[in-house]
Write a protein that binds this ligand. Structure first.
Ligand SMILES: Nc1nc2c(c(=O)[nH]1)N[C@H]1C(S)=C(S)[C@@H](COP(=O)(O)O)O[C@H]1N2
Ligand SMILES: [Mo]
Length: 433
């Protein structure tokens, strides 16, 4: 999404009669986003900033339809922060150096099956329906909540990572020689934010949850997903009721700001410690079912297939594995004989990371890293190690985390056809000059 991508058209449509400048300005910005307005001499970034400000600050009615942006991702993606991968954007780990425990919203990775829809919070409704609710709440007769209804419920805040199940996928190929399908992420499909919202459990109970309910299935308002020519419908994935009632949020804030468009505005599901696909963005409805549910996202996708796994695939993926990353570019260069401090972060879906060992000699010797966070479940622990490289040449730095559940990163990750759950120690190339 280069800056020059701001669309311009030869004939500008005449603006509608202007009743209210604020409302009109917001509509104009949306039209621009949809490629229907000119923006000569104004930077894309400036317009996006305006757009975010009006979305956060105004409560005026706007057209119901979601306008698909002219690019799959709305926010700026400067190449020093992101690696663009199709409809997705991977955070560069070197850009996280010095950013604090929480990933700034502007730096947070984006995983979109299609494109970010630009929704209006005050037109938005959350619809709950299904056989697990009291009363006859079919899809045509849902229980509805508006944005203000959710905002009026007790709010909770929690720090949690969102990580794609395919994070680290490219290392199956580069480190293990395996062929896998899917986005070739390195380690930047993860971020930590402070999420604020309401408990999904509170909303389910208000909607009339019965003791017969077993699964809930949130569904996004983004476009239907076409895979290999087949329309799989809108992104949706069943969540067992036990998890839904445990620690799941319907989040409307990220790091103290309204959710950015790309991260689910106005409301997303946030499922702590689980694979990112569980955290449905732009949630529009939730089926509450007395029967178990299936979707492509817990059958075809997000199970482990291939030799070493059951024919029908593993159980659906839930908690994330253990991983570590250096806040360092691949191939970073260091002067010989000078004192360095290497920084990184480690995280796990099964518990806190309370121990990290680092090697600066390609895995020959290891020493414990100093931890910079009190280890907490559901988020990462930052760490550092001093290093004085004494011989020039190419080498690898490695980090191995151990979580409080006793899981440690292996040398080799269990291969699977779709390249999920790469948890092995990554050999990070560096050069001493
Ligand atoms: N509606 C919807 N929700 C979605 C997705 C999507 O494409 N559409 N992608 C999922 C996947 S695979 C991941 S990893 C996370 C990424 O969240 P982020 O883009 O906020 O980082 O969102 C999940 N929720
Ligand atoms: Mo994902």
């Amino acid at each position: 999404m280069p800056e020059s991508a701001a669309p311009s058209f030869p004939s500008e449509p005449q603006p509608a009669p202007r009743l209210d400048e604020t409302a009109y300005d917001r509509r104009r910005l949306r039209q621009w986003l949809a490629g229907d307005a000119r923006a000569d001499g104004v930077s894309r970034r400036q317009l996006l900033t305006l757009l975010a400000a009006t979305a956060a600050a105004t409560a005026l009615p706007a057209p119901r339809a979601a306008h698909a942006a002219d690019a799959p991702i709305v926010k700026p993606l400067p190449p020093e922060w992101f690696i663009q991968r199709g409809t997705n954007a991977e955070t560069r780990w070197e850009a996280l150096r010095g950013t604090g425990h929480h990933t700034p919203n502007e730096l947070f990775f984006v995983r979109n099956h299609t494109a970010t829809p630009v929704l209006d919070a005050h037109e938005w409704r959350l619809r709950l329906w299904g056989s697990g609710l009291r009363g006859a709440h079919g899809e045509d007769r849902p229980v509805e909540f508006g944005y203000d209804d959710l905002r009026a419920l007790p709010a909770v805040t929690r720090t949690a990572f969102v990580e794609c199940a395919g994070n680290g996928r490219s290392y199956y190929t580069s480190q293990q020689g395996e062929t896998v399908t899917g986005t070739a992420w390195t380690l930047g499909a993860v971020g930590v934010a402070r999420w604020r919202g309401v408990r999904l459990g509170d909303v389910l109970r208000k909607a009339g949850l019965t003791s017969h309910a077993v699964d809930v299935q949130p569904r996004g308002l983004d476009a239907e997903y076409i895979s290999d020519g087949e329309n799989l419908g809108r992104v949706r994935r069943p969540l067992p009721l036990a998890k839904a009632l445990d620690d799941v949020l319907l989040a409307y804030e990220m790091n103290g700001e309204p959710l950015p468009y790309d991260h689910g505005y106005p409301v997303r599901v946030l499922v702590p410690s689980w694979v990112g696909i569980a955290s449905i963005k732009w949630v529009g409805d939730i089926e509450v079912s007395a029967q178990p549910l299936f979707s492509p996202w817990n059958t075809t996708f997000y199970r482990l297939f291939g030799p070493g796994h059951p024919q029908e695939g593993s159980a659906p993926l839930t908690r994330q594995t253990v991983k570590s990353a250096f806040e360092l570019a691949s191939g970073a260069r260091f002067p010989v004989g000078e004192d360095q401090v290497l920084h990184g972060r480690s995280w796990s879906g099964a518990g806190a990371v309370a121990r990290v060992d680092v090697s600066t000699d390609g895995g020959a010797s290891w020493r414990p890293a100093r931890l910079h966070d009190r280890p907490r479940a559901g988020t990462w622990t930052r760490w550092s190690v001093p290093w004085r490289p004494d011989t020039s040449g190419a080498t690898h730095v490695l980090a191995r985390a151990t979580d409080t559940a006793g899981r440690s990163q292996p040398d080799v990750a269990a291969p699977n056809t779709q390249g999920y759950f790469f948890d092995a120690v990554v050999r990070h190339p560096v050069t001493v000059v």
